[in-house]
Design a protein around this ligand. Structure first.
Ligand SMILES: [Zn+2]
Ligand SMILES: [Zn+2]
Length: 232
């Protein structure tokens, strides 16, 4: 299992963690919910089979996701402090000394992203904890054979921007294009993002971020016709 996408929830690694959180890794079962946590993120174009990807692009699906699925999960997470208890359970597992790749900490990050995706309530201590975790998590700007775990670089910026803009009750999209440098999405800046003309993958909120990030981006800026592997 590896990383197949740039941003949070685009890779099967992230998706596996979402599934494990939905099951009983934290000792808190959400599998019997009408919509599981994964229902908020499984529409990633990179992972979905073609027939599902078609459905995920329809206006009907977008409406259902925004008005039925996400509010349902938000309400579930907010009831009886369910989300808060999930954070407590995940945080309690972070000190495992055998966890060389900080997978437990990254799980708390993914849980935080799911909570923000739903617009669920996150208390101040957990928000701060999420900020404190970010620098402890491995982050790579492209595919590597070893050490390929944790954030892909735009995913980290995307996560930090989501924390900055977090408001309870407001669902945060992690599928929307985000600036590869600062992580902001269209909703944050009030205009569409620019796309790197060479690779057609990287997106930026403006010329400044694009220029600032070029040295890091140039190694993975490959035109579509020249990409040899899907894994980024
Ligand atoms: Zn930016
Ligand atoms: Zn590029």
């Amino acid at each position: 299992m590896g990383r197949w996408g740039w941003r949070l929830f685009e890779g099967d690694q992230d998706f596996d963690i979402v599934i494990s959180i939905s099951d009983d890794t934290l000792g808190i079962k959400t599998g019997q919910w009408e919509y599981r946590l994964s229902a908020m993120v499984h529409q990633s174009d990179m992972l979905a089979p073609p027939e599902a990807a078609v459905v995920y692009r329809t206006a009907e699906y977008a409406y259902e996701l925004a008005n039925v699925i996400v509010p349902y999960i938000r309400q579930k997470l907010n009831t009886s402090n369910f989300g808060e208890r999930m954070f407590a359970a995940s945080r309690a597992k972070e000190s495992d000394p055998d966890d060389l790749f900080q997978e437990s900490k990254y799980r708390t990050i993914i849980l935080g992203a799911l909570m923000m995706r739903a617009g669920a309530r996150i208390n101040t201590a957990d928000l701060q904890h999420l900020r404190d975790l970010v620098p402890q998590i491995n982050c790579t700007s492209r595919h590597t054979l070893f050490n390929d775990h944790g954030f892909r670089a735009p995913g980290r910026a995307q996560f930090l921007a989501a924390l900055d803009h977090y408001r309870p009750g407001v669902a945060r999209s992690f599928q929307a294009p985000s600036c590869f440098k600062c992580g902001n999405i269209e909703e944050d800046i009030g205009r569409k993002l620019l796309q790197c003309k060479k690779c057609i993958v990287a997106t930026y909120c403006g010329k400044d971020c694009q220029r600032d990030q070029w040295r890091e981006h140039r190694v993975s800026c490959i035109p579509p016709g020249q990409r040899r592997m899907l894994n980024v």
